[in-house]
Write a protein that binds this ligand. Structure first.
Ligand code: AMP
Length: 222
């Protein structure tokens, strides 16, 4: 398997779906947001600057993202495919990523766009929390995604945490950034003939079934 990319607005479920795909196909999950959050937690001057920008929903510079990603992709576990979650987010990132792949003699398997309505996105972001230990994402406002016990991970039993940028103000900024800078990539990948779209308004189980059908090359109803 080659690399799989997810393009989707904030809280469309790309984190959840990409982890499900990784579990099923046994490939690593690479989230540029997580790579940045790891850097941010170092509490260096650089970390503090990152934290402020991410809190505001502003994109981090392409140079930083590309260097973090390049380092991660050199690790052995990426040899047989991986899922990229949250990258690329700008046309320049897409072009630079393509150059990286060309050098490595690799290609993109599929670019999956998850389409979700505005109101659903908003509800998902405001209720969202996740487990730092296993990465599972929950939502207090969505019945099927609630943890069994409020604020506690079903799998690990540890406290769930809420991202600082999961509030209404940041959400609106992140959505605008998505429309302005990331959405144009849909055309870019469509022209390369590797783009597929799934309806992300359905339950996460149904969305995942659709994605598996796409990746396994079975016809979908989308
Ligand atoms: P995410 O976890 O994907 O929602 O990303 C959280 C935040 O990290 C974003 O709002 C950006 O500030 C930053 N970020 C993550 N991935 C990228 C990227 N590929 N390019 C620029 N900024 C990014």
């Amino acid at each position: 398997m080659e690399s799989i990319l997810f393009l989707a607005p904030p809280a469309a479920g790309k984190g959840t779906q990409s982890m499900l795909v990784c579990d099923k196909y046994g490939i690593p999950h690479i989230s540029t947001g997580d790579l940045l959050r790891d850097e941010m937690n170092q509490e260096s001057e650089f970390g503090i600057e990152l934290k402020e920008k991410m809190k505001q929903g502003i994109l981090i510079s392409d140079d930083i993202i590309l260097s973090l990603l390049k380092k991660r992709l050199q690790q052995k576990d990426c040899d047989h495919g991986y899922v990229l979650d949250g990258f690329p987010r700008t046309e320049n990132q897409a072009i630079e990523y393509q150059k990286m792949l060309d050098t490595l003699g690799k290609k993109i398997e599929k670019v999956i766009v998850i389409d979700v309505d505005f109101e659903t996105l908003k509800r998902r972001i405001i209720g969202r929390s996740s487990c730092k230990k296993c990465g599972t994402v929950y939502n207090e406002l969505i019945e099927e995604a609630k943890p069994k016990k409020q604020g506690i991970c079903d799998k690990c039993g540890v406290n769930l945490f809420k991202r600082e940028d999961d509030n209404e103000e940041s959400f609106e900024k992140r959505l605008q950034v998505y429309h302005d800078q990331t959405e144009p990539l849909i055309n870019y990948y469509q022209n390369l003939g590797i783009l597929v779209r799934v309806d992300g308004n359905r339950s996460s189980h149904e969305v995942f079934e659709n994605i598996v059908r796409i990746l396994d090359g079975v016809d979908t109803d989308d």
